[in-house]
Design a protein around this ligand. Structure first.
Ligand code: ADP
Length: 169
């Protein structure tokens, strides 16, 4: 793949399933946008996960709608290797959010594997905000499926749509 970044711009990629995007994800995206010149939020396929509630197109659309105020953030999707995607875009960093202790083992392993696959790229681990420490897409899906209130967990402009969709399941 050709490197698309012809300038020396510092580009970060925030990868994830985002099924659906939560306030925890959005916090990491916003903070990344302050640190890097360009940020690509990448909806990627995690082979360890199945039974997605939303299609890739829906997840991309949700993220676009909640990041419209961030000029240096764009959204894309990929079903390939993250290390190759970074190389193709000329991105220098993968930014991941770290919650409690549960994410550590997995993120550490991914970071080491990605370093081997793409030594040019760094994985930057950002600590989750205290209020988002236990928040994840799975818990949002569970609560919503029982008709529970998810307004503390997902961006307000998506609340109605996500709630209706998930409670129908
Ligand atoms: P994945 O399938 O890669 O685990 P997720 O959509 O669950 O995708 O998460 C994407 C990224 O966002 C991961 O780095 C994850 O640790 C981070 N993340 C998820 N929830 C939160 C949260 N509440 N606060 C901060 N980071 C989070």
């Amino acid at each position: 793949m050709q490197n698309e970044n012809r300038s020396s711009m510092k580009i970060a990629v925030c990868p994830g399933s985002f099924d659906p995007i939560t306030k925890g994800h959005l916090d990491i995206i916003r903070r990344t946008a302050k640190l890097f010149e360009r940020v690509i939020v990448l909806v990627s396929v995690n082979p360890a996960k199945t039974n997605f509630a939303f299609t890739i197109e829906e997840r991309v659309d949700f993220i676009r709608r909640v990041t419209t105020d961030l000029d240096n953030v764009e959204v894309d999707s990929s079903d390939g290797l993250l290390a190759d995607y970074l190389r193709a875009k000329g991105a220098c960093a993968i930014v991941k959010g770290l919650r409690a202790v549960s994410d550590f083992e997995y993120e550490f392993q991914m970071s080491l594997a990605n370093k081997v696959l793409n030594p040019e790229a760094e994985t930057v681990i950002m600590t989750a905000a205290a209020e988002n420490m236990y928040l994840g897409s799975s818990i949002v899906k569970q609560i919503a499926s029982f008709g529970g209130d998810i307004s503390n967990f997902v961006p307000e402009c998506l609340l109605q749509e996500i709630q209706v969709r998930l409670s129908r399941k």
